[in-house]
Design a binder for this molecule. Structure first.
Ligand code: SF4
Ligand code: SF4
Length: 224
């Protein structure tokens, strides 16, 4: 991770945390989504927002080391998923039970879900975080500031945000249930389809909204 990532500084009178170059972040996120293996390298610093945000943590059956570290009583079958997939809940203050004295007590063996989570996806797409249940994450998202070092970086950010706005404004053009209702999942979908959106909205060649939505549905079905 470049050393300036995660640095806190003041820009135009606002305290921000540097999120890194936008295009670099986008390439890394796309690669992680395609491989399904890479973990996000988020410059969290002292933030533990996602460990205190009322999240159910999904753990796959093959994560045996992780499962061994968590008391059985804290795990329950994940609804709608095959046998062996489990969820870990949170306490009445929204904290993960593995968070002890403000640190993850199983950090080396933490679930893949925790390794993958990157709240910069909200800053990248403009999808809102629920301030009420996930205030700490929302606070951090407001602080993230991307850099635009590489050629076309700010243009890519604009397209990702426009693709996100399209998804949010045209839900009615998608089959019921095809777009996720969870904000983080919608943000991930936006990253998955922004290239398609860019191609179909190129200057002078904008396809109809219905055709764009249809193409997105096909691409998502193929696991673009
Ligand atoms: S909310 Fe974001 S910055 Fe904070 S711990 Fe989670 S991923 Fe890291
Ligand atoms: S397992 Fe660790 S990293 Fe994951 S939410 Fe719990 S405390 Fe945070």
């Amino acid at each position: 991770m470049p050393c300036e990532q995660g640095k806190r500084e003041t820009r135009e009178g606002l305290v921000v945390v540097r999120a890194g170059d936008f295009s670099e972040w986008l390439r890394g996120t796309e690669a992680a989504l395609q491989s399904g293996k890479d973990s996000a390298d988020v410059p969290c610093g002292s933030c533990r927002g996602c460990c205190r945000s009322s999240m159910f943590i999904h753990i796959k059956p093959e994560e045996t080391q992780t499962i061994q570290r968590i008391p059985r009583a804290l795990l329950f079958p994940a609804p709608g998923l095959p046998k062996g997939h489990v969820l870990m809940g949170y306490d009445d203050q929204g904290r993960c039970p593995m968070l002890v004295d403000g640190e993850c007590s199983i950090y080396k063996d933490r679930p893949q879900t925790c390794r993958d989570y990157d709240c910069r996806v909200f800053a990248a797409t403009g999808v809102a975080v629920d301030d009420w249940t996930q205030g700490e994450i929302a606070g951090r998202v407001k602080e993230w500031a991307f850099d635009y070092d590489s050629e076309g970086s700010s243009e890519e950010h604009r397209i990702v945000r426009e693709a996100t706005a399209f998804l949010q404004e045209h839900r009615d053009l998608f089959p019921p249930g095809r777009l996720p209702s969870y904000p983080v999942q919608l943000a991930v979908v936006a990253v998955m389809v922004y290239r398609l959106f860019a191609n179909m909205t190129a200057k002078g060649h904008r396809a109809s909204d219905a055709d764009i939505a249809q193409a997105m549905v096909s691409a998502l079905s193929e696991g673009c």
